[in-house]
Design a protein around this ligand. Structure first.
Ligand SMILES: NC(=O)c1ccc[n+]([C@@H]2O[C@H](COP(=O)([O-])OP(=O)(O)OC[C@H]3O[C@@H](n4cnc5c(N)ncnc54)[C@H](O)[C@@H]3O)[C@@H](O)[C@H]2O)c1
Length: 349
């Protein structure tokens, strides 16, 4: 699958597409590149990327990093300084190879160094392939998650599901949490597809996984195109994230993003059941559990509610959340704090 999109950029999605990277880089013909490479990826994947750059005659330097802690101003500064030391300019490229954290950092660095370089992303976790690399959002964390960042269109997103072959099962599950979210918020047939294969999708070699990635990417591209600044319909993709981000922050980022989103999704569905008569909360919860995702809250509910008040959707100290009205439809609503507290108390492990 190939998509050319004004907001999400050029997306190449195919098993084995890493072999096309040299050709894609040649099309961009960057004048030098900084590669931000995830520590978690196989050296052989990284060599592939380096050979593609060498083949296209692009001088480059590699910085290795990884995990949520690399989404920081310190890492951004280290990248900006490395680019300045190399003498890179606006026709140079920032290349992010790795999970969502590395992709978010790469997008932020690309959009800010000299007010913008070329940007190529090679996402290597399921979560980054279906979500983080799509739609042009990036960011780093301060006291709150993603508090500083920009919207910036990648020139290339190359998705090769073969790179998932080394991904641990719990990281596969983490990516599936965002897929389920996407199904509930905007694509009910995607939800049915995930239900029909179930835990088989935790196996990166399963053919159906390619279809799931394609559908999730296409759904996100289409929602983002209608609202690239996240002020209207795109906000529905934040379903599960008010509580999800709060869980990440309260746990000191020891709970991985997709797992936090799964718990946040259960919370949002249960709040929606009470406030909007949403009828599919149990179905969503059952599916998440089948995929090996957590559905109970392992943290003090009161602390999570306090952290949720810092969410970007809340304003003037009032809690707001994305809530599903029905499958395929979600809306931002004010939520009384006591309702969320009661729901989370009911979910406490
Ligand atoms: N910008 C967006 O629109 C957007 C959307 C969703 C999520 N995000 C962000 O994405 C981040 C989460 O991304 P994530 O779940 O990929 O986490 P991550 O980037 O922390 O990666 C998870 C782990 O997998 C390792 N890894 C990466 N590729 C691997 C591979 N092929 N084999 C083995 N290990 C590998 C990493 O080193 C890390 O330890 C969060 O910071 C979240 O905020 C951004």
């Amino acid at each position: 699958m190939e998509i050319e999109d004004p907001i999400s950029g050029r997306i190449v999605l195919r098993r084995g597409s890493l072999a096309d990277l040299a050709r894609e880089i040649e099309k961009l013909s960057p004048q030098g590149a900084l590669v931000l490479a995830d520590r978690g990826i196989e050296d052989s994947w990284l060599s592939h990327v380096e050979r593609a750059l060498d083949g296209a005659g692009v001088e480059h330097v590699v910085m290795r990093m990884g995990g949520e802690s690399c989404k920081s101003l310190e890492w951004a500064k280290a990248a900006w300084e490395a680019m300045a030391d190399m003498g890179l300019g606006r026709k140079s490229a920032t290349v992010g190879v790795g999970g969502g954290a590395v992709c978010d950092l790469a997008g932020f660095v690309a959009s800010t160094y000299m007010r913008g370089t070329l940007l190529a992303l090679v996402p290597t976790t399921l979560l980054a392939q279906v979500d983080a690399s799509i739609g042009g959002k990036n960011g780093v964390n301060l006291t709150g998650k993603n508090l500083v960042g920009t919207f910036y269109r990648p020139d290339l997103v190359l998705i090769d599901p073969d790179t998932l072959s080394t991904l641990p099962r719990e990281e596969m599950a983490s990516g599936l949490a965002e897929v389920v979210k996407c199904g509930v918020a905007c694509d009910p047939p995607l939800l049915s597809l995930v239900e029909s294969v179930g835990a088989g999708l935790l196996d990166p070699s399963r053919e159906e996984l390619d279809l799931v990635i394609q559908r999730a990417v296409a759904a996100k591209v289409s929602v983002v195109r209608r609202d690239w600044r996240d002020l209207g319909p795109r906000m529905r993709l934040n379903l599960g994230h008010t509580v999800g981000h709060a869980i990440e922050a309260v746990s000191g980022y020891s709970i991985r993003h997709g797992h936090a989103v799964a718990i946040g999704l259960v919370a949002a569905c249960r709040v929606a059941e009470r406030l909007l008569g949403f009828e599919h909360a149990e179905r969503v919860e059952r599916l998440l559990a089948r995929l090996g995702l957590p559905t109970g809250l392992p943290l003090p509910p009161g602390e999570v509610v306090r952290a949720a008040l810092l969410d970007k959707k809340s304003w003037l100290g009032r809690l707001a959340m994305v809530l599903p009205e029905d499958l395929g439809s979600a809306t931002v609503r004010r939520v009384p704090e006591e309702v969320l507290l009661e729901v989370l108390e009911g979910m406490a492990n």
